[in-house]
Design a protein around this ligand. Structure first.
Ligand SMILES: [Fe+2]
Length: 226
């Protein structure tokens, strides 16, 4: 993706997030120079890969296949192993109208996908295991705001503002916003986007960036260069 495109997506995202009164932490507004100056203080922010994250899933068609994310907090694999400390993570995301996040599941992470505001989010569901594809027969048992539901294989559930769905390992899911853009929250167990996303089709999770202008904000993969 071009840096100018990433910059524009973040500028629009900031406005959209602010329109709901949702506030982001201080480092959300750091310039690249602020990051350089604060890189020691912010060691944990960098380790936990907090902050802006944009993906077009390697397809070069962000409008139709993509997601803007901001990771607000995230523990570590070590926390999960010991069951102590920050065993959780939180993200805020923008799924644009008809902008698809492709089918995937997780081996470790259970995630609540929460519609914080805007248009409803539609989620298509199958049962499936990483590397073993989907089961296109068995109905999917899933909990939404603590209530048990059963959805036919490949069925779509609509989640309205204030509501959520709990996606557990083995829930293969794809989602998009319907009828407008959607502000999506995620509360989950520790998040590792390098190892715990199992997509049905090969995708690349982080973009190769073509530097056609200076970065407005850094995105998570930029931290490696700090
Ligand atoms: Fe997911």
């Amino acid at each position: 993706m071009k840096r100018s495109e990433l910059n524009e997506i973040i500028r629009e995202g900031e406005k959209f997030i602010a329109s709901f009164g949702f506030k982001l932490p201080e480092f959300a507004t750091w310039s690249p120079d602020d990051w350089k100056r604060n890189r020691h203080r912010a060691a944990e922010v960098i380790r936990a890969r907090l902050g802006w994250d944009i993906t077009d899933f390697g397809r070069g068609d962000f409008e139709n296949l993509g997601l803007l994310l901001f990771t607000v907090r995230n523990g570590s694999a070590d926390n999960l192993k010991t069951g102590k400390g920050m065993v959780y993570a939180e993200k805020i995301m923008i799924s644009r109208e008809n902008q698809v996040t492709p089918f995937h599941t997780h081996k470790v992470k259970t995630e609540d996908i929460i519609v914080r505001g805007g248009a409803p989010l539609e989620v298509r569901l199958y049962n499936g295991e990483p590397g073993k594809g989907i089961d296109d027969n068995a109905p999917v048992k899933v909990r939404m705001d603590g209530i048990d539901h059963e959805v036919p294989a490949g069925g779509v559930v609509q989640i309205h503002p204030g509501s959520s769905i709990t996606l557990e390992p083995g829930h293969v899911h794809s989602f998009w916003a319907a009828g407008g853009d959607c502000l999506v929250g995620e509360v989950s167990t520790v998040n590792d986007d390098e190892t715990d996303n199992y997509f049905l089709d090969m995708v690349s999770r982080f973009p190769d960036v073509e530097e056609d202008e200076p970065p407005y904000r850094l995105i998570v993969p930029d931290y490696a260069k700090l």
